[in-house]
Design a protein. Sequence first.
Length: 465
Amino acid sequence: MDPVLAGDLARLPELLQAARDLAVREVAGLAVRPVAASGPAPGRDPLPAAGVGGDAALARFAERWAPLFSGSAGPRYLGFVTGGATPASVAGDWMTAALDQNLSGAGGSRAQELERETVAWLRELFGLGEAHSGAFVTGAAMSNTVGLAIGREWAGERLGVDVSRAGAAALGPLDVLSGSPHSSIEKAMSVLGLGRDRLRPVPLLPGGREAVDVAALETALAGAGGRPVLVVANAGTVNTVDFDDLRAVAALKERYDFWLHVDAAFGAFAALSPEHAALVDGLDAADSVCVDLHKWLNVPYDAAVQFTRRRDLQLAVFHNASPYLGLPGSDPDFLHLTPENSRRLRALPAWFSLVAYGRDGHREVVERNVALARRLGAGVDALPGLELLAPVRLNVVCFTLATDPSAKRVAALARAVAASGEAYVTPTVYGGMPGLRAAFTNWRTTEADTDRVLAVLAAASGRGS
Ligand SMILES: *Cc1c(COP(=O)(O)O)cnc(C)c1O
């Protein structure tokens, strides 16, 4: 064994202790460090020929890279839809790495059953019935891709084409209908050979809503002339957290033949709050469902879950039979269900967080985040320099400058907020209008944090940036 490697083996407890000490220092610093990293990236070091050992690597990382990372795990990073990592989920992630299981199949481990247990808990958390099976994937974009891949296979079933063997081209054009789809839907369509141009936008409800007009969706379905189509319903849009009426969309299945995929990346968490659970009524009727976990479950990147009612079709798409892997049985190994073959025990951080905090603990995070979004929304509304672009429906505040909200001035405002080190918000365009979004998803955020964000917004917008 390389002597440096042998030395690390001998000192493994000390090395892990040192890594723990650095992590504790970094995480404790989240409340005070600048929220966004500033300064240029360092130049590249050459590939090390001789290694320096784990302790020296840790020291080099702490000195050279850690200061350039963002405080995105902290309480005032409100960009995109960014969750943090609960304490127990970090412990679970460390165990995932330390025990290094390959979740592709049983292979001498029962770790697969832990993923199945976690999927069953999540299914219950989001109000899905037992007809849905699920698997962990890396994120909502991948969950959407898998859901649409199963939908593509379903379209083949309707047309008498085995897509997994004959290829997507054998299907002919397959339209995807959606009101306000996330950008990852088009990416999935590109990956799956459906083509980005087959996305058919469906009109939205009037009054600046991002929810689909169900009557217009029905018209579009009637216009499909009996050809199978995929419908992507949206449960929680990124700008204003609007929800399609899932019940009404699902009811159309009585008259039209379509695959219903619901992108509930973070909106599914409305199910945890009695006040908002009605927003996801009808979710169970979907053929496939996407839920992100590194957003509102607050587990470390990367984790999402993918549910479907048609595991048989999922198996047709993803099965990976070989002499040494064997044929998939009645409870197929995960390598037959997702794009990956080898995969990490991505479920363990979620398992830890659900065991540690339960449904109640996670509900408290969701309800607090919603209350804080309302608090910031009311504050923004009261500022002379800013105005809300939409009511605060759940956990996102979408707003812009009260005067001359050009893309340039709005981007400058976002930069000024980031440069303050106090907060981070991200630009968007909503209804053709440049604006900013502040998304509350982090388990740590408090009223005091929210008031600090409001203060920096007041200062930056007051300066006429
Ligand atoms: C974040 C998000 C996605 C993409 O999720 P990733 O985890 O970044 O892959 C898809 N849909 C919606 C609605 C989202 O909010």
